[in-house]
Design a protein around this ligand. Structure first.
Ligand code: HEM
Ligand code: FES
Length: 353
């Protein structure tokens, strides 16, 4: 969490993450260079850099797109999510080296500037087989630049979460452009079909994981839904039956969807509190987090909220809505009417043993 512009809030975990990231980048470049030199000894150093950085950036983008769904499918992947933005910025820098080397190599010796040359040297925009695939790489790079430049939480706050999220969702547009960039490039330059095969496999993995998450989330939402009926509604109140006390492990939560409200119902210290399920940072599912140091801790990047009032502990100012909870014997009831964000509500005390 960051309220001022603090370039990077270093933690031992982030330092380790970055060391492993740099080791991965270094290892890939060395191995790719060695393999390429062995298989194609005639290639120039510039071509080697172009190929190594292009394939590395593309591979990194695949990993980045897979991290999100993998975390939703299995919590053991969460450590990868925690510092994904450093992964993203590194991927952009690697892609930038590829773009710059291409501009210098293929577009800097003519009468016009390299950027003009990029767009006018091939104008077959109407032909699929002769389409200037380089321009797709350029536009994708612009999107990746905007994302890397605004990746800090400082920008998330200043642009507001909805604007920031719309910008960052455009990574999928960049991905689509890069798939076309690579496919058309391989076809036009008559290069090895292996790259097409690998790109297909990458797409299949990315799309497959997203579909798997959508199916899993659909099932979870169905299980979390509670409809007010005469059977489960407390007479004369708006409290709806949520679950049994024993259904929620200590310091954990149960997700509920009642009348369109997405609620995280937490059990801690012999009490129960309910808050809105979506984290203010990037909509992380709070119900999948746990109580750490008395605060609900988001599983994605660790934002915290007090369960009894939905407020982040000082100096942070994030707030989520709260809800009323009641316990009767072993049964838990929740009123789905939200209180304004950060409103303190007394927790329900668990009485039954
Ligand atoms: C200004 C932006 C870009 C330009 C002008 C550009 C241009 C090119 C060119 C000319 C090639 C064929 C190179 C060759 O003869 O081997 C190529 C290939 C490729 N590009 Fe780009 N590209 C750009 C951005 C990107 C970005 C951002 C990525 C990935 C994140 C990317 C990924 C690739 C890949 C994977 C290949 C195939 C591997 C290779 O043969 O180099 N490109 N690009
Ligand atoms: S901390 Fe990032 S989504 Fe919750």
């Amino acid at each position: 969490m960051s309220v001022i512009y603090d370039p990077v809030h270093w933690t031992p975990h982030k330092k380790l993450y970055d060391k492993l990231l740099l080791a991965f980048v270094g290892l890939y470049l060395v191995l790719f260079g060695a393999l390429e030199a062995l298989l194609h000894p005639q290639v120039t150093a510039e071509t080697l850099v172009i190929r190594a950085t292009g394939t590395l950036a593309f591979l990194m983008l695949h990993i980045i797109l897979c991290i999100g769904p993998l975390c939703r499918l299995d919590k053991r992947f969460l450590p990868l999510l925690y510092n994904r933005r450093h992964f993203g910025v590194t991927m952009f820098l690697v892609g930038l080296v590829h773009g710059i080397f291409n501009l210098v190599q293929f577009h800097s010796l003519g009468d016009v500037g390299p950027l003009v040359s990029l767009f006018v040297s091939n104008t077959h925009y109407g032909s699929l087989t002769r389409f200037p695939f380089q321009s797709l790489g350029f536009f994708a790079l612009i999107i990746l630049f905007l994302m890397a430049a605004t990746s800090h939480d400082f920008w998330l706050k200043n642009l507001t979460p909805p604007v920031w999220k719309s910008l960052h969702i455009s990574v999928y547009a960049a991905y689509a452009m890069l798939v076309m960039h690579v496919m058309l490039g391989v076809i036009q330059l008559e290069k090895s079909p292996v790259l097409i095969g690998l790109t297909g496999l990458g797409m299949f993995t990315v799309v497959g994981l997203h579909v798997a998450v959508a199916i899993k989330q659909g099932r979870k939402d169905k299980a979390a839904r509670r409809k007010p009926t005469t059977n489960n509604q407390q007479p004369t109140t708006n409290f709806i039956y949520a679950c049994e006390v024993a259904d929620i492990p200590d310091n954990r939560a149960k997700m509920l969807i009642i009348e369109g409200e997405n609620i995280a119902l937490f059990k801690y210290d012999g009490k129960l509190s309910a808050v809105h399920n979506l984290c203010k940072h990037q909509n992380g599912p709070l119900s999948e987090g746990k109580i750490i140091d008395g605060c609900i801790t988001c599983p994605w990047h660790g934002y915290q909220y007090r369960p009894e009032d939905g407020q982040s502990p000082p100096p942070f100012k994030e707030m989520v809505s709260t809800y009323d909870v009641r316990v009767e014997g072993s049964k838990v009831f929740v009123n789905p009417k939200p209180y304004p964000e950060g409103t303190a509500r007394p927790p329900a005390v668990i009485t039954a043993p």
